[in-house]
Every structure is written in structure tokens, then in C-alpha cells.
Write a protein that binds this ligand. Structure first.
Ligand code: PHE
Length: 441
């Protein structure tokens, strides 16, 4: 029995925007962005990521906002609302993505909590690479992963206003300021030039490299929390009169800005501190890029580094938390709306299942890396493909929903056209390539 309680709404427009930015900005912008950029050739990856975000990500983000607000429902209900109940199974794909992503995302968030505590106690050992290896897998990784899931469940049980909105409003601006500060600090260091070159000088041959294109597409969707109904669910708690195109621009721009500026900090730092060999060829590989570089940076900064380090890792924990709760919210809202469960029960049961699913990722970096590729390049790209086709071809009048709260412009026509032809084409090609790359044989 679907629940018939009145639907909860965001307390303010700023609350919605910050929560949406909170979902978008997280480990994806810092950990995932820096490891993929390091792995996929630097500037070429950056250019492709920006291009795909603008031409493919932004239209899909607006599509999710329109579907969510228009239907006032979580993904499965939203698809059924506009497309008929035959579309429901596709909503389950989104829920599956939520399960998959949160299961390993929480492991990385666990590393982040461990780093924040170590920074607080001032007890990073000299050997930053070795420390990362010890934190990243095994029993301690597992324990922090489980602990982190408990916190997520506690917040999501509280509902959107008390739980999610309040947390995001306070700490997201702090994270942004710290990242800008780190980028400025990196610019003062000798030897940072090689980092800027790696990050910003494009090798045009690599622009056509399929593995770089896949990675960039997966990252565009992962970073914007797209292709799994997350932005749709958040928009379902929105009132009628918001300007959806402006909000999607704001969310996409903020998300991009954090990732880009994080890169302006991380790559110059890697080169200035002489960590490039360790990160590109070390046994833990590029996945440790952020976690090896930053503690070393903070150590080099002396006393001030201690304070900056604590603030940075605490803010990163918050970034991870606001994203993780958005993932759990999709799964919880679906169970509340679709199965008629109470919010408390849905959050606890789903959270427990996800925690168990994350165990293999906590025990092996290889598994974690595989899950991450599968989630970004297959599930999110596939989900976005279906969404663009749905809004472009199946939804009766997608522009009508966007027009509520926004003046109609020719831009809207372009939006629907993008969703109909170019966006699905790009996504279908990327999806086929990603499946070929991931499946054996
Ligand atoms: N966008 C989040 C991040 O960058 C991760 C995320 C992906 C959250 C998909 C929700 C849905 O960290």
C-alpha cells in the first residue's frame, strides 16, 4: 500500500539547492576526479569531462528535476506517473544503482573518517603510501565502513528537513573555501609547474581514446549524481514555482568548480612534493592519489598544516556524508512510496543490506575499483540513456513542467532535441564500449 501521508518538502529554496549540491559534491569531485584524471592522461580527460557535462550531463539533470518535481514521486513512481506502469522496472535499475554505489562509496567514506581522526590526533606516520594501504583494505576499512553506514541510516531516518538539509547548509561552503585555499597554497610551491602542465596541457591524440571517453562520461554522471534518480528524488520534495533551468545550472557549475579547483590543488601538489612516481606506479596505484598527497602536504605546511588538515578531512567527511545520504534516500524513498514502509524501517533495512554488500569492497581495492567502474560507466550511463529517451520521447510535454517557474525560451526546444537525439546517441555508444571493456572476452 503506497503511503498517503502528505509529502515532506524542503524548508527553503536554498535548502533544496544546497542539498542537491551536497549530493553532487562529494568523494566524486575529490577522490574519484583526481584518481581518474591521474589515470587517464590529465588534461584530455578534463576536456572530455567538461564537454560531456555541458552537452549531456546538464540536459539530463534538467530532465531529472522536471520528472521529480512534476510527479512528486521517487523514481519508480515518477516513471509510472508519466509513462505508465510498464516503465516501473526501469525504476528498479535506479534503485540497484543506489545499492551498488553506496556499498563501496561508504568504504571510501570510512577511509575519510579515519583520515579526519588521524589528522585530529596529529598522528600520520611518515610513510604516507603505506598508511593509505593499511587504511584502505582489511578489517579496519570494514569497521569504518559499517560505522559510516550507521550514521547514514540515522540521518535518513530523520527525513529530508531535519536530517539532510541542516547538515548540508552548514558544511558545504566550508569545504569549498578550503579547496580554494589549498589550490592557492599549491601555486606558491616550487616544482608545481609540472602539475599544471599535466592537468591543463591537452594531448589531442588522447581525446579520441575510448577508455578516456568512457571514464569521462562515467565521471560526468557520477559527479552530478545523475542516472539513478537521485536528483529526481530530491526534486520531488520541491514546490511548484522554482526556476528549474537556473537551478540545474547552479548545481552543475558548483559541482564542476569544486572538482576543477580540487585538481588545481592536487596535481601541482603531487608534482611539487615529488609524489608522481609513487602515485602512478605504486602498489596502491592512482586510487590513493588524494589520500597520499594531502596528508603529506599538510605535514609540509608545519603547524598551520595541522589545522588545515583537520578542517579539510572533516569537510570531506561531510561532503561524503551529504552524497551518501542522497544515495540512501533514493532507496529509502522508493520503499516508502512503493511498498508503504515507514521511513524508519526502510532506512534501517536498506542500510543494513547495503552495508553487507559493501564487505567485498572493504576487503579488496580491486573489487572496489571494479564496482566503481561498473557503477559509473555502466549503471549511471545506462540509467541516463533510459532517462533521456523517456523524457525526450515518452513524456507527453516535458517543456510544460520546466515552464512552471521559468519563462519559456527557444533554449527549451534545444533541450528536448538534445534529449531526443544527440544525448542518447552519445550515451548508447559509451555504454556499448564500456560493456565491452568490462565484460571478459
Ligand atoms: N555525486 C556524488 C559524488 O560526487 C556521488 C553520487 C553518485 C551521489 C550518484 C548520488 C548518486 O561524490
Amino acid at each position: 500500500m503506497p503511503s498517503d501521508q502528505p509529502r515532506e518538502q524542503w524548508a527553503s529554496r536554498a535548502g533544496f539547492i544546497l542539498a542537491a549540491v551536497g549530493s553532487a559534491v562529494g568523494l566524486g569531485n575529490m577522490w574519484r576526479f583526481s584518481y581518474l584524471t591521474a589515470e587517464s592522461g590529465g588534461a584530455a580527460f578534463l576536456v572530455l569531462y567538461v564537454g560531456i557535462t555541458l552537452l549531456v550531463g546538464l540536459p539530463v539533470l534538467l530532465a531529472e528535476f522536471a520528472l521529480g518535481r512534476g510527479s512528486g514521486k521517487s523514481p519508480i513512481g515518477a516513471l509510472a506517473h508519466y509513462g505508465g506502469s510498464g516503465w516501473r522496472p526501469l525504476g528498479w535499475l535506479f534503485v540497484a544503482s543506489g545499492f551498488l554505489i553506496l556499498s563501496y562509496y561508504s568504504v571510501i567514506a570510512g577511509w575519510t573518517v579515519r583520515y579526519a581522526l588521524t589528522a585530529l590526533l596529529g598522528s600520520f606516520p611518515e610513510d604516507f603510501g603505506g598508511f593509505f594501504e593499511r587504511v584502505a583494505t582489511g578489517r579496519s576499512a570494514l569497521a569504518w565502513h559499517l560505522g559510516f553506514m550507521v550514521v547514514c541510516v540515522a540521518i535518513v531516518r530523520g527525513g529530508v528537513k531535519a536530517g539532510i538539509e541542516r547538515t548540508a547548509v552548514i558544511l558545504m561552503p566550508l569545504l569549498f573555501l578550503l579547496v580554494v585555499g589549498l589550490a592557492l597554497y599549491a601555486a606558491t610551491l616550487e616544482g608545481s609547474g609540472a602539475g599544471y602542465r599535466f592537468y591543463l596541457e591537452v594531448d589531442f591524440d588522447e581525446l579520441g581514446d575510448w577508455s578516456v571517453i568512457q571514464a569521462a562520461a562515467g565521471q560526468a554522471f557520477f559527479s552530478l549524481s545523475l542516472g539513478m534518480g537521485c536528483m529526481m528524488t530530491y526534486a520531488s520534495y520541491l514546490s511548484r514555482d522554482e526556476h528549474l533551468p537556473n537551478e540545474s545550472l547552479f548545481v552543475a557549475f558548483s559541482d564542476f568548480a569544486v572538482a576543477f579547483i580540487a585538481g588545481l590543488a592536487v596535481f601541482p601538489l603531487i608534482f611539487a612534493l615529488g609524489l608522481d612516481a609513487e602515485i602512478t606506479s605504486g602498489s596502491v596505484g592512482t586510487m590513493g592519489a588524494l589520500f597520499i598527497t594531502l596528508p603529506k602536504t599538510f605535514a609540509e605546511m608545519g603547524g598551520a598544516g595541522h589545522v588545515v588538515g583537520v578542517l579539510f578531512f572533516v569537510a570531506l567527511v561531510v561532503g561524503a556524508l551529504t552524497s551518501a545520504i542522497s544515495l540512501l534516500e533514493v532507496v529509502t524513498a522508493t520503499a516508502v512510496d512503493g511498498l508503504g514502509w515507514s521511513r524508519h524501517r526502510a532506512a534501517a533495512l536498506m542500510g543494513a543490506l547495503i552495508a553487507v554488500m559493501g564487505i567485498p569492497s572493504a576487503l579488496s581495492l580491486k573489487v572496489l575499483g571494479f564496482m566503481d567502474q561498473l557503477a559509473g560507466n555502466v549503471f549511471l550511463v545506462g540509467g541516463a540513456l533510459v532517462l533521456s529517451l523517456f523524457v525526450g520521447w515518452r513524456m507527453a510535454d516535458p517543456m510544460a513542467e520546466v515552464r512552471r517557474g521559468a519563462e519559456s525560451t527557444t533554449w527549451f526546444g534545444l533541450w528536448v532535441w538534445l534529449l531526443r537525439v544527440p544525448v542518447p546517441l552519445v550515451l548508447a555508444v559509451v555504454l556499448v564500449q564500456s560493456l565491452r571493456a568490462l565484460l571478459p572476452g
